[in-house]
Write a protein that binds this ligand. Structure first.
Ligand code: HEM
Length: 422
């Protein structure tokens, strides 16, 4: 396919280049997003090989049409695996791919049904008191410091959602650092821009991570566990059609998706709200505004800014012809600021009435399974921060960086300070 011709035929002069879009650079992608929405809302980017889709209606329509646009590439490595990494993974018995997000119906429908039966609100709501106690413990540890300074990412957001998901799954809650390390490896190996050499330590981590998922399933067969994996094994024993490999794959999904993005959501909530002190003060005065504020954070600064799909047949997106087998990058981070859906889309406002229309959890049959748990944990964290450290502020003069990644927009820190009570 001649992409130059396609660009020109869309009326976009080639001089526009990529409109400033750098696929892996998450520092401030929003200026480029706005230009793409305006100038070339469906653009082929030959550096990654994806059609980049940036308008709200187009992103939503593609998510919604699973028969034309499959998610089978959602977990594929953006950069090919190097020979050495591949060897390590093959020899280590790494056969994981995706629990749900990259599976297609009818397989996806069958497995999601089993996972959903196990992942009930009853199961995670029961954890609410322990999540709250954990948050309070972390805040008290912060407040005990004599320099009255901290980093919300590492001091609170890092381990609260991780302990929650490890508890739900039935994994060892003492191994937070190990699971975080494995998850970082998964994010880097799938959506990162690593050289062959750089992939090697991550390949070892992925082998260990997958072996742990297989062990968890075996353990649930050997012992009757009151955990999510235990529930799925019982469903299997009661006749639901799901294999041990599929249960391990769901665990492999949840042990990543279940904390990584929530760590980012809690971090982003504090980062963005404290950057808008007037709005922070409003939620301090009225904590019932926390729910809407979290929806607005998800719209304005989502944890995942881009997600992939593959065209199963020739299709048209936003008036542009997309040939069968093309891969698409749906930029939710851009769709969420599209002025055609969100007035003053670049503006952060907890008063916005339609924040919840954001696409940060995707849309359609793959809509995020854990969205309620993510929001619940962010709500608990904010409620306790508002209560225990209402005068917290961002540290002065810090320019917060973001990790390089195609999909996950992860701040490196959220440095804060507070006044010590007299
Ligand atoms: C702020 C937090 C989160 C964000 C932004 C997020 C975002 C997403 C996105 C964009 C998708 C793909 C949707 C699509 O393809 O249409 C997804 C799917 C999924 N998420 Fe989340 N997620 C979050 C938290 C969680 C949590 C806490 C869990 C589990 C405990 C979870 C589990 C899943 C699973 C299992 C899927 C695959 C669903 C399927 O394919 O049927 N996520 N999420």
């Amino acid at each position: 396919m001649d992409h130059q011709q396609t660009s020109a035929s869309n009326g976009c002069p080639l001089a526009h280049g990529h409109h400033g879009f750098e696929p892996f650079d998450q520092k401030n992608p929003f200026v480029a997003y706005a230009e793409m929405r305006r100038e070339q809302p469906v653009m082929f980017d030959e550096r990654v090989g994806y059609w980049v889709v940036t308008r709200y209606d187009d992103v939503k329509a593609v998510f919604d049409d699973w028969e034309t646009f499959s998610s089978e590439n959602a977990q594929a490595p953006v950069r090919q695996r190097g020979a050495e990494a591949k060897k390590i993974m093959d020899e280590g018995g790494f056969t994981a791919y995706s629990g749900l997000s990259a599976r297609r119906p009818p397989e996806h429908t069958r497995i999601r049904k089993v996972a959903q039966k196990a992942f009930t609100p009853r199961r995670y709501r029961a954890l609410e008191p322990s999540i709250r106690a954990h948050v309070v413990r972390r805040i008290e540890q912060m407040l005990a410091r004599s320099d009255a300074r901290g980093d919300f990412l590492m001091d609170l957001a890092y381990d609260v959602p991780t302990v929650t998901i490890l508890t739900l799954i039935g994994a060892d809650t003492e191994k937070v650092d190990l699971f975080k390390q494995w998850s970082d490896s998964r994010a880097a190996m799938t959506w990162g821009d690593l050289s062959d050499e750089e992939q090697i330590p991550h390949a070892h981590n992925l082998v260990d991570y997958w072996q742990e998922c297989l062990r968890l399933v075996q353990d649930a067969h050997d012992h009757d566990r009151d955990t999510l994996v235990g529930d799925m094994v019982r469903e299997q024993q009661a006749g639901d059609e799901i294999t041990d490999h599929e249960i391990a794959s769901v665990a492999y999904s949840l042990l990543f998706a279940g904390h990584e993005t929530t760590t980012t959501l809690i971090s982003n909530s504090m980062r963005v709200l404290l950057a808008h002190p007037d709005q922070w003060q409003r939620i301090v005065a009225d904590p019932t505004l926390i729910g809407p504020a979290i929806d607005e954070v998800l719209r304005y600064s989502g944890s995942i800014v881009a997600w992939r799909r593959k065209a199963l047949k020739d299709a048209v997106v936003g008036g542009v012809e997309i040939p069968a087998s093309s891969e698409l990058l749906l930029v939710m981070g851009s769709a969420n600021r599209d002025e055609s859906r969100f007035d003053d889309g670049e503006l952060f406002s907890i008063d916005r009435e339609n924040s919840r229309e954001h696409l940060s959890f995707g849309f359609g049959i793959h809509y995020c399974l854990g969205n309620m748990l993510a929001k619940l944990q962010a709500k608990i964290a904010l409620e306790e921060i508002v209560r225990l450290m209402p005068n917290v502020q961002l540290q002065d003069g810090v320019d917060i960086g973001f990790r390089d990644n195609l999909s996950f927009r992860v701040p490196l820190e959220v440095p804060v300070k507070w006044k010590v009570a007299a």
